[in-house]
Design a protein. Structure first.
Length: 319
């Protein structure tokens, strides 16, 4: 049995066919088209997924279901997408559009929760009890697993970690309407905008990392600043949540080894010792594919939760 994962990111849309043991049977990615209506998106993806399944001699629709992680505020219960700044979408039926076009049951969530499942099942957090997962790429988000089950807030916006305020001296305006958010200061998109303005030409984060490794001071300073801002924001989250595992994934996490000393210094400076004791800090085992791999795990995760809930005696649930 296999399931399908769809990662609707700010820069890329990623598709994956994933086996029951976490093996990636087939994977593709294509540039995201911000603002594209969801029915149109999923009709196009349906053709791609059928082609991918056929090439692997697999049936369609996937027997294990479809999981969708979106860079958005998502109500996983109703399937409603409330806001997706990088995708230019607001107040639309994510699950309904997907199920109608894909002709398959679908489980939807934010991309950071989906990414968390990849490491929770198959990666750095497979032995953890409580996981804080950070996706650090075009945008920034957080996924939280408590007792190895995803945590969902009533409003669906628990994982909007990118809107933590971190800059007060010269804060940039964030699309959320606030100033100085981590999202506006330290994401891949924010760094590319800042460095492109200095150079008067476009530059990608990975090129910045390459130049920093080769000795470019300006690129290194910008990467170090972003790493320090990330650590500063994480300090409060770690003191509040006290997880036993912190995993960083997403495209920008590739750059962290270059500036790990700055990140670790800032994290130690601002995080209480009691929140650091027993904490494992690691880079995701799936820096580029956690979103799509974890999305494919969403149907399984939901089935496991439902099974656990069904096993609880009725009088215990009501007490």
């Amino acid at each position: 049995m296999y399931s399908t994962g769809i990662d609707l990111g700010g820069s890329w849309t990623k598709l994956g066919l994933v086996s029951a043991t976490g093996g990636m049977l087939a994977e593709e990615r294509q540039p995201a088209v911000p603002g594209e209506p969801l029915p149109q998106v999923f009709r196009r993806l349906r053709r791609d997924l059928e082609r991918m399944a056929g090439a692997q001699h697999l049936p369609y629709p996937p027997p294990g279901g479809v999981g969708i992680g979106a860079a958005a505020i998502v109500d996983h219960r109703s399937g409603w997408l409330k806001l997706a700044g990088t995708l230019h979408l607001e107040n639309c039926d994510l699950r309904g559009a997907a199920e109608a076009a894909l002709e398959s049951s679908a489980v939807v969530d934010c991309d950071s929760n989906a990414g968390a499942l990849a490491d929770l099942y198959w990666g750095q957090a497979r032995h953890a009890t409580n996981l804080l997962y950070i996706t650090w790429g075009t945008g920034i988000g957080a996924g939280l697993a408590l007792n190895r089950r995803l945590y969902h807030s009533v409003g669906g916006s628990m994982g909007e970690f990118g809107h933590t305020p971190v800059e007060w001296d010269h804060p940039r305006l964030c699309y959320c309407g606030c100033h100085g958010c981590l999202e506006a200061e330290a994401t891949g998109r924010a760094m590319e905008q800042q460095m492109s303005q200095r150079l008067a030409k476009p530059i990608a984060v990975r090129e910045m990392a390459r130049q920093a490794a080769a000795g470019d001071t300006a690129c290194r300073k910008l990467l170090e600043r972003s790493a320090r801002l990330m650590a500063r924001a994480l300090a409060g989250a770690l003191a509040l949540l006290n997880p036993d595992c912190l995993v960083l994934g997403g495209g920008v996490s590739h750059c962290l080894p270059l500036v790990r000393a700055a990140f670790d210094e800032e994290l130690e400076m601002h995080t209480p010792l009691f929140a650091r004791q027993g904490l494992t800090v690691a880079l995701s085992d799936f820096p580029d594919s956690a979103g799509v791999l974890g999305a494919a795990m969403l149907p399984r995760h939901e089935r496991e939760e439902e099974s656990e809930h069904a096993a609880i005696p009725t009088n215990s649930r009501n007490s």
